[in-house]
Design a protein around this ligand. Structure first.
Ligand SMILES: [Zn+2]
Length: 170
């Protein structure tokens, strides 16, 4: 949709204060913005995918488990426990029917690293859910755009080209 058409439509609408033409101008403007909105969404997909790749192999699906915490004369030790059969990008795959129990210990930097890896797993899940939401949205767009063309009497071909149904006059 060209800017010229939008301008013509908008001018016409103002000049004639005609409801229908104002509506058409609005539709034209919305249609003209489609490409930019799509490109913006695709850029978002790229960004989220990039962040996910950066997290690859650096997240931990386990939970903190402390031993000897609040026990006088003993130092609290951190373990990272995973669920049964739970694969961890950082700690690997357990034996079938078993769980990974990773000893971290008392070293502060090791504890910090373990906590950060668990936090990164939360981030990874959030990013994946955002990505899935956009992907679902884009799929729905296909359906909605087919509806759009259908309402105007067009049919969308396999390659995405819209052609007037039955080749009749507009
Ligand atoms: Zn882990």
């Amino acid at each position: 949709m060209s800017d010229r058409l939008i301008d013509v439509m908008a001018d016409k609408a103002t000049a004639e204060s005609h409801k229908r033409e104002r509506e058409v101008a609005r539709v034209a403007k919305m249609a003209a913005g489609c490409e930019a909105a799509l490109l913006d969404s695709l850029a978002e997909v790229e960004r989220l995918s990039g962040e996910l790749v950066a997290l690859d192999g650096r997240t931990c699906t386990g939970r903190e488990y402390w031993r000897d915490k609040d026990i006088a004369g003993k130092e609290a030790k951190l373990y990272v426990n995973h669920s049964i059969d739970q694969v961890c990008p950082l700690h690997g795959t357990p034996e079938p029917g078993k769980r990974i129990r990773q000893y971290v210990g008392t070293d502060l930097s090791a504890i910090r690293e373990a906590k950060e890896a668990i936090e990164r797993e939360g981030t990874r899940r959030r990013l994946e859910s955002e990505l899935a939401k956009i992907t679902r949205g884009l799929r729905r767009c296909e359906y909605q755009l087919q509806e759009f063309y259908g309402l105007l009497g067009f049919e969308v071909q396999e390659d995405g080209t819209a052609v007037r149904r039955g080749g009749g006059r507009w």
